[in-house]
Design a protein around this ligand. Sequence first.
Ligand code: MN
Ligand code: MG
Length: 644
Amino acid sequence: MSLWHPSRRALLGGLPALGLGSAFGISPATAQPGGTLIRLRLLETSDLHMFVADHDYYRDRPDLTVGLCRVAALLEAARAEADNALLFDNGDIIQGNPLGDLAARPGELGAGAVHPVFRAMNLLGYDAATVGNHEFNYGLDFLERALGGARFPFVCANVTRADGGAFLPPSLVLQRRLRASDGTMHDLRIGVVGFVTPQIMVWDRTHLEGRLLAQDIVDAAAAVLPGLRAQCDVVIGLCHSGISAAPRSNGFENAGLHLAGVPGFDAIFTGHSHRVFPGPDYTSGRGIDAVAGTLAGVPAVMPGFWGSHLGVIDLELRRDGGRWAVTGHAAAPRPIYRREAGRVVPLVTPRAEIVEEIRGAHEATRAWVSQPVGRIGQPVSSHFALAGDNAVMDFINAAQLWYAKPLLAGTPHEGLPMLSAAAPFKAGFTPDAFVDLAAGPIAIRDIAEVYLYPNTVAAVRVSGATLLEWLEKSAGVFNRLDPLVAGPQALIDRRVPSYNFDVISGLSWTLDLTRPARYGVSGVPLGEGHRVRDLRYGGQPVDPAAWFIVVTNNYRADGGGGFPGLDGSNVVLRAPDPNRDAMIRFIESRAQTDVAPLSRWNLSAPGVTASFETAPEVTAAPAWLKARRTGTSEAGFARFLIEL
Ligand code: MN
Ligand code: MG
């Protein structure tokens, strides 16, 4: 059970503000005024990404670390403990695994049919939800058809239609009869307002340009909050956005903390970053209390991803002169499992009726992803994708080049050198998150594992100078290594997602990791130095003034990941097909797909011993790496030492 914290708002008699610190040593008992007491529990799921069942569709086996069916058990317990409970979802619902991909295929979701995820969620009695950025991945028409099946309302205050009309209601007021601690019943008005990362206009520009407009989260909140606050006893923010203490800029992606600074919130749900708050994923300070679970003094929670946690915020409300005020709060994520010495220990028994509700779609997905579409001649594994030349990126790049070449034939770009960029999407976010395919038959499930996201193929026209910066930005995934340090140094900066580590075909280069990164996580330039050395195309140094075509995906081409020179302005191809479908067709077009090296890159930090983490089942590194396994990490990764 988490600790109760007296509400800053009640204590200060004013609204939360940034930078006040969180050192309240006052016990709730002495801080609270008298009067009728209502305990209101607010529950959150976020970033479910179609994980209804506790099943890994790629490996076709149970996964005890995911699933709404498992969160449902926590939900039942959390409701049983509470006098009053409301349930919310914070977005990223309809995309994320093959169940979602199959549901979104043409003809699958018929008119009037209920999308499988909403069949399941409708069983659980959600009070309201907001949309996440991934809701837009399959286009607006599909999203609106899917939302039509949800028996609970959606709100979103920072997205409108391009003509200024409403997309979703910005907010709503739930009228709820709540039970006080003395058994009396009271009617309260609970305001709910939703937000999504405005980056949807970049990441899904192909689908949304000319149809929707997204506004800065904090600006949208500042416009909506005063009116909502005036008519409500409690106001809750559903913020599909993460938490960052960095200074706010227009369109700030991870705006949870800054949102909490807008006067008027009693609780804020966060998500999007797939992390857990409060807890060790975050550092306290600058308005973030990662122990108590507050942002700018407002109670907040983030419940991991794929159903790993249920977010719980408890509010203590007292009536003070006819008005209800929050006088205490507690926030805690509740996990469905824990790891002991790297092993998963489930903490709940899944609710079978949740999976039963979508049994048809679940089995259809298992069958669909099992269909073999061809053969690969070599194994494809991401175990060492962040340590040197890797078949995952070669595989994707070969398919992208094969797909895009005919589409650019006959255009003014036909004569330019055509390259391709790809990242290892599944390369160690958790110990289970790796690609590991043997040579032989390959099924849709295997391709979906290599190409995790429903991006569409795009191509950009860039200079040799931009190619260099592209690789410099990618190189930010590595820590700076110091040759003067004797002990092992971690190779990977785990704050940088592996999907932002692009490798470009047709090129060769060396990364000097004794140099600092040239770009930060979000693309901010950090310095003048370079890590990329000896960049060559066809054996010759790359001419900064020469022009190239690079095949990639819509996310990257439109600015996703903050790569220098990529902002949607130099896109020369916006293909209608997902990169994954391009891969399927590529494999289907030949008897056997041979995955050959398409780029050459290596890491340089002479004299440094780097530590590297990979999947627990890996016992040996590839022969070209001077590496040996030294044990298993706390989190369950295999630990290797690499001599650079
Ligand atoms: Mn998400
Ligand atoms: Mg998201």
